[in-house]
Design a protein around this ligand. Structure first.
Ligand code: SF4
Ligand code: MG
Length: 331
């Protein structure tokens, strides 16, 4: 059975500029212990999807199930006893920690809220959590500002771990860190997963980060998943022009990859999400667009086992090199 099952999820925001369809019919499954990477430019709906999965916001329609529990419309009090099963780590480790609270108190709070253990057991658990995220246990008596950005992200991860969750939604967990720290935090997340077996929904605008951690990758564009496949398949046989552009934007270190896409080919900005283009919403930036693309929205269809793509030209493009001369800039 899937750990997480998201079916035809829609998230809408009513704003002064109109109704924004931040998540527009997204479906996917996540197995226990698996990492699904969710990638796309900022503004494509990744964070809204993550928040809806966490039930930090209520979706407009569709469903979110955690194993046998349908959490789509549970009230905060109905959700509370289940909160320990799914936790979240945010981009800004500073902003998600109370500056006046010592780390020991911060890490004990979720344990106390869920009435887990005696006071002595909670203190011991704090020591254990500090060690698990690579921090000295005595540092738990410090305040958040006494830690570096990388250490604060370790603390945020320790807090997410405290209740032994089955799922952690990581929303851009390394985007605020410099590259050497990014690798350390990604390796820590991978080690913790090997030891504790939780699943990750790992959100990032950076495909190279996602490729580092994910078992499978979902590529999002304007509220929809446009391609979903295993990490290896996304790398070897990217079929959607948007995925191919994201891969093309990664600096090439491996000359064998030049064959797939030696030039970034994504042109222009993300369209106004309040008025997404008709038909395939990527057609305004797609070098392969044909008349059909402007008229009909392509459905997400399977081109190989476990590899789905929403593009009218999916079969023609999968695994093919890009034509020469398609240059542009990825935002
Ligand atoms: Fe490009 Fe058409 Fe495919 Fe959309 S459906 S990605 S516009 S080729
Ligand atoms: Mg975001």
């Amino acid at each position: 059975m899937s750990l997480l099952s998201v079916q035809d999820l829609h998230v809408r925001y009513r704003t002064r500029r109109g109704v924004l369809h931040a998540v527009d019919g997204v479906s996917f499954e996540l197995a226990p212990g698996e990492t699904l990477g969710l990638v796309g430019e900022s503004g494509c709906g990744k964070s809204s999807l993550g928040k809806a999965v966490m039930r930090l916001l209520e979706p407009h329609s569709g469903s979110v199930r955690l194993e046998d529990l349908d959490i789509t419309h549970l009230s905060p009090s109905e959700l509370r006893p289940h909160r320990k099963r799914f936790q979240m780590v945010f981009q800004d480790p500073g902003g998600s920690l109370d500056p006046r609270q010592r780390i020991s108190k911060l890490l004990q709070t979720p344990l106390a809220l869920h009435k887990l253990g005696t006071v002595a057991e909670r203190k011991a658990r704090v020591q254990e959590l500090m060690q698990q995220v690579g921090l000295r246990p005595d540092m738990a008596e410090r305040l958040p500002h006494e830690f570096s950005g990388g250490q604060r992200q370790r603390i945020a991860i320790a807090r997410a771990l405290a209740l032994h969750p089955q799922l952690i939604v990581c929303d851009e967990p390394v985007s605020a860190l410099d590259v050497s720290l990014q690798a350390q935090i990604l390796n820590l997340l991978a080690d913790l997963q090997r030891t504790h077996g939780m699943a990750y929904l790992f959100i990032s605008h950076d495909l190279s980060v996602v490729q580092h951690v994910a078992d499978r990758v979902a590529v999002m564009y304007l509220g929809r998943i446009v391609e979903l496949a295993s990490r290896a398949e996304i790398w070897r046989r990217p079929a959607h022009p948007y995925t191919r552009a994201l891969i093309g934007a990664i600096p090439v270190l491996d000359p064998r990859r030049v064959r797939i896409a030696d030039k970034p080919m994504l042109q222009g900005d993300l369209p106004n999400p309040f008025q997404p283009p008709a038909g395939c919403s990527f057609h305004t930036r797609c070098p392969h667009a044909v008349a059909l693309c402007r008229e009909r929205t392509p459905a997400l269809e399977e081109i190989a086992p476990g590899h789905t793509v929403a593009c009218h030209l999916r079969d023609a493009l999968a695994g093919r090199p890009e034509p020469a001369g398609q240059t542009g800039q990825v935002v």
